[in-house]
Design a protein. Structure first.
Length: 175
């Protein structure tokens, strides 16, 4: 089928600009690198509602801890539930920072580019800004509270994730 636009095999008329070609590689790149970031942000935002409140999550964590340690006191159980919830904050923000770092870097197999603190700083800033917005959102949910301490815990998780990937890359001889 013949089209009016010149193909690569047809000569171009001097001065004629090439037609823009919509590349599926941009969509593939977004899907591969930024979609996981957006998906994790959506999941995290969903847990900022009442469904992620301490009252609700302790209904899952509490019985599990009681099953593992039947003789645990109520005070100790409360401390363990609190610790698990904060550890989840650290883990989810470490994952978010790593996904943002990966989306910015777009690593390829046998990537030999040196470590970039600029990419890491962008990922860290993204995670911290998301943590701030998450706590602001929680301030408007009746069963939740927005806390500055949670932003610090989330920032610590993001930093730990980025330092872990840097250490892993250094250990592997990549940078």
């Amino acid at each position: 089928m013949k089209t009016d636009a010149p193909t690569e095999s047809e000569p171009r008329v001097p001065g004629q600009r090439p037609l823009p070609v919509r590349s599926s590689s941009a969509v593939a790149s977004f899907s591969r690198y930024w979609f996981p970031v957006l998906l994790l942000c959506a999941v995290m935002f969903g847990f900022s509602s009442d469904s992620g409140s301490g009252r609700r999550s302790s209904r899952i964590i509490g019985p599990l801890v009681r099953w593992l340690a039947p003789g645990i006191s109520d005070a100790d159980l409360e401390s363990v539930v609190f610790g698990v919830r904060k550890a989840a904050h650290v883990a989810e923000y470490a994952a978010l920072a790593l996904l943002v770092w990966r989306a910015r870097r777009k690593p390829v197999r046998d990537d030999r580019r040196p470590w970039s603190w600029k990419e890491a700083a962008f990922a860290f800033a993204f995670a911290v800004l998301f943590a701030i917005s998450d706590e602001i959102h929680q301030a408007f949910v009746p069963s939740r509270q927005g806390r500055a301490m949670d932003v610090l815990i989330d920032a610590g998780g993001a930093l730990a994730g980025l330092l872990a990937v840097r250490a892993w890359g250094h250990w592997r001889g990549r940078w």
